[in-house]
Design a protein around this ligand. Structure first.
Ligand SMILES: Cc1cc2nc3c(=O)[nH]c(=O)nc-3n(C[C@H](O)[C@H](O)[C@H](O)COP(=O)(O)O)c2cc1C
Length: 478
């Protein structure tokens, strides 16, 4: 498995060649039919093949009235591409920047790119009741980037600017793409605000993990515009029961919504088997790939049931979460949910063994004497599911192996797939310095009879989409 990594325009996470959501467009190839003079593709546009957030369709398709709220973070410049993509897809886009956002990107840019007047003050044009009119007329509100400050205001319901009144006056789906430094994102106040917004049913996209504004890296980077657009459109499609003013949503079903109506069970993280009240036997799985799979499935409209085993990363939003710790708990939660799932993805690293006995008190050091622990095999959950009849369900297993040679790695993976009865097996190499906890991943996806369906590397989000593509292309077993 070779690494064909390339760096994206923001200097962020490396992605596989041909696997990026954005590509530099050819001149005059902006995909929209309503271009005006001077509109000759000076920027990045979407690759519909990989991240179909922007379809580049013509004006005959559905047309949504989209409010894009922009708040005051560096990532405001990336929101220009989000607005641009929506406009080129034929949507009617109204940008509502906060005062701080205008210190990063100026009003003329928003007006030119959105092709609509931009207002920032609820006291402008009072006769038009603008403070509520935009929100009432919206089919969708997307806030990108969403600062920590704005998350707090949204969670509290503050309405001291036009974006605040617009959101409060709207019944449209709200999609929020946070962006900030890792410390701000992980701060308990921000996490509590995010939890509040998710509990209200709003969709939170990202933030991703990668290069931040300074020298630092970590979680906090705004998701790419194409990912935000795909998630936003999937949310609109999934909420067709809700009021829409201008959309013929049937036509809005793109690949970005190819999991609508499907239930996907995903396990993530690593189990911990207790030795005594203070120690456990565990593994180094962070849960990052499993979380990316959940976020990708949600973006594509899926109904995700997520079983989280000791995650080291924030949980995904917009799904049903069950927290477990041991293999036995993970087994119980998985078996309870698997029956109703169309796709079961077993991404969690489950301990093969657990201590025979768990001490009720801390095991004390006995001088220089050695300590011998005896382990017993845990139930093999993947094999249990694989060898039970699972008509209509695609079972996806993961194999994290240490074999240094590709051929040997595939041999081990194929043997494992057969032994477990998994319809699909995702294999990746792990080692002292690779695999667990990394922002990127490199995998081979095996289908029926161990055939290679795809191999890919890049950010865990792009790998997640590639895995879902392979799963959906796979014939459902009967
Ligand atoms: C250079 C610079 C970059 C900033 N980037 C961010 C950011 O990425 N995320 C964030 O939450 N706040 C960021 N801030 C702080 C916000 O701009 C500040 O909290 C502001 O009050 C947000 O206002 P708003 O939420 O109304 O837009 C940044 C500030 C400066 C000066």
């Amino acid at each position: 498995m070779s690494s064909g990594a390339s760096v994206n325009p923001e200097g962020g996470s490396a992605q596989h060649a041909g696997d990026t959501g954005l590509r530099r467009c050819r001149e005059n190839d902006t995909g929209g039919s309503a271009r005006h003079a001077g509109d000759t593709c000076p920027e990045w546009t979407a690759s519909a093949r990989d991240h179909p957030g922007f379809s580049g369709r013509d004006d005959s398709g559905p047309r949504l009235r989209i409010v894009v709220g922009v708040t005051g973070g560096i990532a405001a410049y990336k929101a220009v591409f989000l607005v641009r993509g929506f406009v080129l897809d034929g949507h009617d886009v109204h940008v509502v920047p906060t005062a701080a956002a205008l210190r990063f990107v100026g009003l003329p840019t928003w007006e030119a790119i959105s092709r609509n007047p931009v207002n920032t003050d609820p006291f402008d044009d009072v006769a038009e009741v603008r403070h509520v009119a935009l929100g009432q007329s919206a089919d969708l509100i997307v806030i990108a980037p969403a600062t920590a400050n704005s998350l707090a205001k949204l969670a509290t319901g503050l309405a001291d600017d036009l974006l605040g009144t617009t959101v409060l006056a709207s019944e449209a789906p709200l999609v929020i793409a946070p962006a900030m430094h890792r410390e701000m994102w992980e701060n308990a106040a921000t996490q509590a605000n995010i939890a509040t917004l998710r509990a209200r049913g709003h969709t939170v996209v990202g933030p991703g993990d990668g290069q931040l504004t300074g020298d630092d890296r970590g979680v906090g980077r705004m998701s790419e515009p194409t990912e935000i657009a795909a998630a936003a459109l999937a949310v609109v499609v999934a909420s067709t029961g809700r009021r829409t003013r201008s959309a013929d949503l049937a036509g809005a079903r793109t690949r970005s919504a190819d999991l609508v109506g499907q239930r996907i069970l995903i396990t993530a993280g690593g189990t911990r088997e207790p030795l005594d009240p203070v120690r456990f036997f565990g593994n180094r799985s962070s849960g990052r790939q499993g979380v990316a799979l959940a976020e990708a499935a949600i973006e594509r409209g899926g109904e995700v049931v997520f079983i989280a085993a000791n995650l080291e990363v924030p949980e995904p939003g917009g799904c049903d979460i069950h927290r477990v710790s041991t293999a036995a708990e993970l087994r119980e939660a998985t078996l309870a949910a698997a029956g109703t799932a169309r796709i079961v993805i077993m991404a969690a690293a489950v301990a093969d063994y657990r201590p025979v006995t768990v001490s009720e008190t801390k095991i004390k050091k006995q001088g220089d004497a050695s300590l011998t622990l005896t382990f017993v095999a845990n139930p093999d959950i993947l094999a249990e599911l694989g060898h039970s009849s699972h008509p209509g369900t695609v079972l996806v297993g993961f194999a994290a192996e240490t074999e240094p040679e590709d051929a040997q790695l595939l041999r081990v993976a194929r043997a494992k797939q057969e032994a477990k009865g998994a319809d699909i097996l995702v294999v990746n190499r792990v080692g002292w310095d690779t695999g667990f906890g990394d922002a990127d991943n490199e995998v081979v996806v095996l289908g029926a009879a161990g055939r290679v369906l795809t191999s890919t590397n890049g950010s865990k989000m792009s790998v997640a989409h590639a895995i879902l593509d392979a799963v959906l292309a796979h014939d459902t077993p009967t």
